[in-house]
Design a protein around this ligand. Structure first.
Ligand code: FES
Ligand code: FES
Length: 195
């Protein structure tokens, strides 16, 4: 399994935690397990086996960790964005067993044994997914912050067959907000792929 690179944030947080942990009595330490960048209370530690972008990961997770935090903070798969962290913007959309889900509202524990696909896993090597190409060709983005979530939702929207009209596309993409207002390009991208 490929090990994620050590980020500056990870290094600072592990240093701080290691320092703090040194002053904790052994009886308290034994109640925790050390896993990657976390000290997880034993009672909350959960072994998790999940395939992400066709790679199998076997991890120790805190039962409270969301899928979004697992992807971004532990595996450095930062394509999925944290916009609101409350299920309101769609920036964190990923696929679980082919269905679109909001990863900020999904506990990591819920994807045990499942296949997760993020924006990083959509292209085929250097070959962009048709929806990624369509977003480029149809100006489906401006700043790009919402774009990974828009593209993951757009792929699902086509697969679900909700592309019969502009109104239908808008309805089934309404969970994905774009502060830049690139909605016309997003709808055109979906129509292009649906054709
Ligand atoms: S970050 Fe998940 S819906 Fe906004
Ligand atoms: S492209 Fe900027 S938020 Fe959508």
């Amino acid at each position: 399994m490929e090990q994620p690179k050590i980020s500056r944030r990870f290094f600072v947080s592990i240093s701080a935690m290691a320092g703090a942990f040194a002053f904790i009595p052994a009886s308290v330490k034994s109640a925790y397990i050390s896993a990657k960048n976390l000290f997880i209370p034993q009672k909350r530690a959960l072994p998790l086996s999940v395939s992400i972008n066709k790679k199998l990961y076997k991890l120790q997770q805190d039962t409270r960790t969301t899928l979004l935090d697992l992807l971004r903070e532990e595996l450095q798969l930062t394509g999925s964005k944290k916009g609101c962290d409350h299920g309101q913007c769609g920036a964190c959309t990923v696929h679980v067993d082919g269905e679109r889900v909001l990863s900020c509202l999904t506990l990591a524990a819920m994807v045990q044994g499942k296949e997760v696909t993020t924006i990083e896993g959509l292209a085929n090597g250097d070959e962009l997914h048709p929806m990624q190409k369509a977003f480029v060709e149809c100006d489906g983005f401006q700043c790009g912050y919402c774009t990974p979530g828009q593209i993951m939702s757009a792929v699902a929207c086509v697969k679900e067959g909700h592309t019969g009209s502009v109104e239908e596309i808008k309805e089934f993409m309404s969970g994905n907000l774009c502060r830049c207002g690139a909605y016309n390009g997003i709808v055109k991208s979906i129509q292009q792929v649906a054709q």
